[in-house]
Design a protein around this ligand. Structure first.
Ligand code: NI
Length: 389
């Protein structure tokens, strides 16, 4: 692979990519409303001579760059949606949409993928197969990846690669790791049922608020007492609702929360564990607790071989490679990885704030390594599947 020239070519595209990214940044769109963004992506791909594939979705785009000879197909994915956050960066190209902001840098991701598309298209005669480009809507809602998979975007694909900007890593540094990288994301509701009554006559009532309070405390032991210290998980209760008046004990209290885990074995333990703890505590108060489980995104888990391939690609590009630090956040890239092996990478963007912050910023110079890394990973993977790695 002519890695050094890939990075040089990406750097030559930088002024254009920067303009593009700023345009996306000015016009952020929420999940499943990415109409302007989709139109812009399609126009840019068509102008570059890249073939769009029909997917039958109102938002998002899929395209394919076919090599001169038939061969395997690998995919590159970028997410394209923004968040319901009011931007506070004060940048000259800040969001022009009230209350909506690219605060997770998906504008960066799609621009990097457009850059990679240009690099790959220029090399199409030498590609040992095809590269599918997935511009995915609705990552923030966790529904976009499934929609693309159902639309057939992954049909015939042998491996997939994607990246997320990483504010704490400097430009030119990438984080790559085999195994779990981001957590599974599930939700739950615990309904605690007691018996309502007069606030001054508690002996005639069963107070669900007191029982639910004890349950909140008890749930903190789910991880510390039932999960191995060598594994990790998070249980957070984020909403506690009960009562209608200051002097009435209500019938019911409800607790909403989320569970994060990195291994499917740990994840699968959690519903029963939470139910058992909650029901046990509730019964001590004469109340009852029922759990409703909302299964969400699985964990982003990188294939060892594909992670190694990405690592070699990054090193060949003269990028600094570090072991990727895990995030307990979720990413629906995980759904693709339940279908085909893949690798999700961190790309250093030297920002000052974390994702989803109203003053989130990134260093646009990172667009060049990001584009080169995506293109390089696709080229390497094609070589690998064509049996020449
Ligand atoms: Ni994101």
């Amino acid at each position: 692979m002519t890695a050094s020239s890939l990075l040089a070519e990406a750097e030559a595209l930088l002024p254009e990519l920067t303009r593009l990214r700023r345009d996306f940044h000015r016009h952020p769109e929420l999940s499943m409303q990415e109409f302007r963004t989709t139109a812009a992506i399609k126009r840019l791909l068509e102008e570059a001579g890249i073939r769009l594939m029909p997917i039958g979705l109102p938002v998002g785009a899929v395209a394919e760059i076919a090599g001169a000879e038939p061969g395997p197909t690998v995919a590159l994915r970028a997410d394209i949606d923004a968040l319901p956050i009011q931007e506070e960066t004060g940048l000259p190209f800040a969001s022009e949409v009230q209350g909506v902001m690219h605060a997770c840098g998906h504008d960066f991701h799609m621009t990097a993928l457009l850059g990679a598309a240009r690099l790959l298209h220029a090399r199409r005669e030498r590609l040992r197969g095809s590269v599918r480009l997935l511009f995915q809507p609705a990552e923030e809602k966790g529904t976009g990846a499934l929609a693309l998979i159902e639309a057939g975007a992954l049909d015939g694909v042998q491996a997939i690669f994607g990246l997320h900007n990483k504010p704490e890593l400097p430009v030119g540094k990438v984080g790559i790791a085999a195994g779990p990288l981001m957590a599974s994301v599930d939700g739950f509701r615990l309904t605690v049922t007691g018996r309502g009554g007069h606030a001054a006559i508690p002996e005639a009532a069963i107070d669900p608020i007191v029982a639910a309070s004890a349950i909140v405390g008890g749930l903190q032991t789910a991880v510390s007492r039932s999960i191995s210290p060598f594994d990790s998980a998070v249980v957070s209760v984020c909403r506690f609702q009960a009562g209608t008046a200051w002097n009435v004990i209500p019938d019911e209290a409800s607790l909403d929360g989320t569970v994060r885990a990195f291994r499917p074995e740990v994840r699968s333990l959690m519903p029963e564990l939470l139910q058992r703890i909650a029901a046990g505590i509730a019964s001590g108060y004469g109340a009852e607790a029922a759990l409703k489980w909302y299964s969400g995104i699985p964990s982003v888990t990188n294939d060892g071989l594909m992670a190694d391939l990405c690592r070699r690609t990054a090193l060949a590009l003269d990028l600094e490679v570090t072991e990727a630090k895990r995030s307990a956040g979720g990413e629906d890239f995980a759904y693709y990885q339940t279908k085909v092996p893949g690798c999700f990478m961190w790309v250093g963007t030297g920002g000052t704030e974390e994702w989803h912050h109203p003053r989130f910023t990134l260093d646009e110079r990172a667009l060049a390594p990001a584009a080169a890394l995506l293109a390089g990973a696709a080229i390497q993977a094609l070589e690998h599947f064509a049996g020449r790695s």
